[in-house]
Design a protein. Structure first.
Lengths: 318, 339
């Protein structure tokens, strides 16, 4: 290789590197490929990616394989993103102890962190510029208030994994939200061996409904809890309002049919879409949202808006 | 099991009673029912209580029966936990998503169970890997396929199916508004498996398999074919429960079924099946399932903290294993005297 060629190669390399430095390359890190909830987040990331690439940036979308070795897997993905020279990382904080040191190191290297979906309480430690997600307590508060305003006087709040902090927060929110509108809340924790077992949970609800006839509404922290609740209502022939956090196509059908009152949605599409697009806009245009954190939930899905949600679900965004 | 007449005669018959593998579990069932009848009151003794625990017992019981046969034969089956969602998802995709005839969907769902069972049996008989590990492997494999295909084909992890009235009546209705039709299917499964284990020649083969596999093979028992059939039965039963749930709740989800793994094993052990294989009975498994279900549901009628239910189930499990040993020692003592 002669001098000219060498110089040309060097110049090309410098030019490539400088365009690399100019471009707003970002990484979006997400949860397991097996998690259906994450598919809705991905739809939001995909839509935002269209905008990013149209403006000269790139988006690397990184997901863990599963949740078996979650903390270390997330750290690996963070380090991978840093090694690839991205300018920003959008990431939920699920395992603060593992993730925070890695994210602080990334920030020290000049990378901007955007948080979404999870880890609102540790936002300061992470040093993220903003947060797009739900607040478990606020979601519960909204749900409890809604049920009380619909006429509920005594709400059963179902926790499917006893002791889970986020679920306890949800029911605490339900209790306070209901109290504001004059209703009381009883928490029902079903044992872990009933988690995911619709029949077992339905029978537990049935016992609770028969045991206390003043119960006139229920909200489950699990989507399957709504199926169980609807079944228990059918068995006992009562008029108890059934509702749950999160939803599936079957929940939407129940809401349409009137056997489920509502579902509390945290709108994962918005979390993926906003975290990606707003991180890019911050890097490229220096924008900042003055609302901080930005809550994407609770959004209540009931008979009044279920048709729009069904249409969104068919497109993979709800 | 004419136990009441036995009790009136002398020690020889007591030994006969104690030798029955379900003797200890029967005592447990009576104690547990009495406890919750007192705690739960009239509602628990009445139709709501009976329907409550029978509905639970039926589903876990249909899975526990063949799992119990496998345990008597000295094997485990963890994969039932993912066969349940796999079969209901298959049926829901075939008949709900593609709108093909419901019988085709049910056949496909049950076929998935038989196929997983066949693979389990083949791996267990062809390799020297313990069945625990093999069926954990197939459980994860089936789980992955179910999730992958559900998202790939239906674009969702939850698929809807509205069964026609006849199918709903046979497989997913509540009699008197409370008693799930699955209870009758449980009785049917128990009757057939009771006959197979205790009256058909194949029953003795199953006991022999759990007692000593090599001797059984040397005695001319087709151990490999028998093991494969037992796994296919367990896959079929789990798939059947998946279909029952689909017809009851009209919705297939990829994340159901995991609770059946431990629950079915607990029912079998509480029912007096010895973990090392070679001993157990269908009546015992049915009693164990009823006991498990009564504790599980009784707790919600009793006003006790539901976490207490888990403690009672744990204690029952230990008591069952201990009393199995105690009753076996007793039985051996009396049979020695007899001999």
């Amino acid at each position: 290789m002669n001098f000219k060629a060498k110089a040309l190669a060097a110049a090309t390399a410098v030019a490539l590197m400088s365009t690399g430095a100019m471009a707003q390359d970002i990484a979006v890190i997400a949860g397991s490929v097996e998690d259906a909830f994450m598919d809705k987040i991905k739809k939001g990331v995909d839509d935002a990616t269209t905008m990013v690439t149209a403006n000269g940036g790139t988006v690397q979308y990184l997901r863990t394989q599963n949740y078996e070795n979650f903390g270390p897997d997330l750290v690996t993905l963070i380090n991978q993103a840093v090694a690839q020279g991205v300018k920003g990382i959008a990431i939920p904080v699920w395992v603060p102890d593992a993730q925070i040191p890695a994210l602080q190191a990334a920030r020290d290297a000049g990378i901007v962190i955007m948080q979404y979906n999870s880890g609102l309480p540790v936002m300061k430690d992470v040093g993220a510029i903003n947060y797009f997600g739900s607040d478990e307590y606020a979601a519960g508060f909204g749900g409890g208030k809604y049920l009380a305003e619909q006429g509920a006087k005594h709400i059963l709040c179902h926790i499917q994994v006893p002791g889970a902090i986020n679920l306890t927060e949800r029911c605490k929110g339900v209790t306070d939200g209901a109290a504001e509108a004059g209703a009381k809340v009883t928490v029902l924790e079903t044992p872990p061996n009933l988690d995911g077992d619709v029949t077992g949970t339905a029978e537990a609800f049935k016992a609770a409904f028969i045991g206390d006839s003043s119960i006139d509404a229920m909200v489950s922290c699990a989507d399957f809890g709504a199926a169980a609740g609807a079944n228990a209502v059918e068995q006992t022939g009562s008029k108890i309002m059934v509702s749950a956090f999160d939803f599936s196509p079957a929940s939407l059908d129940r809401i349409k049919a009137g056997t489920q009152k509502m579902a509390i949605d945290q709108q994962p599409y918005l979390q993926g879409f906003l975290a990606t697009s707003m991180l890019f806009a911050h890097l490229k245009y220096g924008t900042n949202i003055s609302t901080n954190p930005v809550l994407t939930g609770p959004a209540i899905i009931d008979a009044s808006n279920v048709d729009a949600v069904v249409a969104g679900a068919a497109l993979g965004a709800r | 099991m004419p136990k009441s007449t036995d009790r009136h005669t002398h020690a020889f018959s007591v030994g006969h009673l104690a030798r029955r593998p379900e003797a200890g579990s029967l005592v447990g069932l009576v104690l547990v029912y009495a406890f919750f009848a007192i705690m739960g009151g009239a509602v628990f003794i009445g139709a709501p209580g009976w329907s409550s625990w029978l509905n639970i017992a039926a589903e876990v019981g249909i899975v526990a029966l063949p799992v119990g046969l496998l345990m008597i034969a000295g094997e485990l089956d963890i994969s039932v936990g993912s066969v349940i969602p796999a079969s209901q998802m298959t049926a829901a995709i075939v008949s709900g998503y593609f709108g093909l005839p419901i019988l085709l969907g049910i056949a496909a769902g049950l076929g998935v169970g038989l196929m997983v069972g066949y693979v389990n049996g083949l791996l267990v008989t062809r390799t020297s890997i313990p069945s625990l590990i093999i069926t954990i492997g197939t459980m994860f494999g089936v789980m992955g396929f179910t999730l992958g295909f559900a998202v790939l084909i239906a674009g969702s992890t939850s698929v809807f199916l509205v069964p026609d009235p006849v199918t709903k009546l046979i497989l997913g209705t509540f009699i008197g508004g409370m008693f799930n039709v699955s209870i009758f299917w449980w009785i049917a499964f128990a009757a057939v498996i009771f006959f197979v284990l205790h009256y058909a020649p194949i029953g003795n083969w199953i006991f022999a398999l759990g007692g000593d596999r090599d001797s059984a093979r040397n005695a001319g028992i087709p151990t490999a074919a028998l093991t494969i059939r037992l796994y296919m039965l367990s896959g079929f039963a789990a798939a059947f429960v998946g279909i029952l749930q689909l017809m009851t709740y009209q919705n297939a989800q990829v994340a159901t079924g995991q609770s059946f793994i431990f629950n079915s094993i607990m029912c079998v052990v509480i029912g007096g099946v010895i973990l090392t294989g070679g001993s157990g009975s269908v009546i015992g498994i049915v009693i164990g399932t009823a006991t498990f279900a009564i504790v599980n549901q009784g707790i919600f009628f009793s006003g006790l903290d539901p976490n207490v239910g888990s403690v009672i189930i744990g204690a029952l499990l230990l008591a069952a294993v201990l009393s199995n040993d105690g009753f076996r020692a007793l039985a051996l003592k009396y049979s020695t005297k007899k001999g």
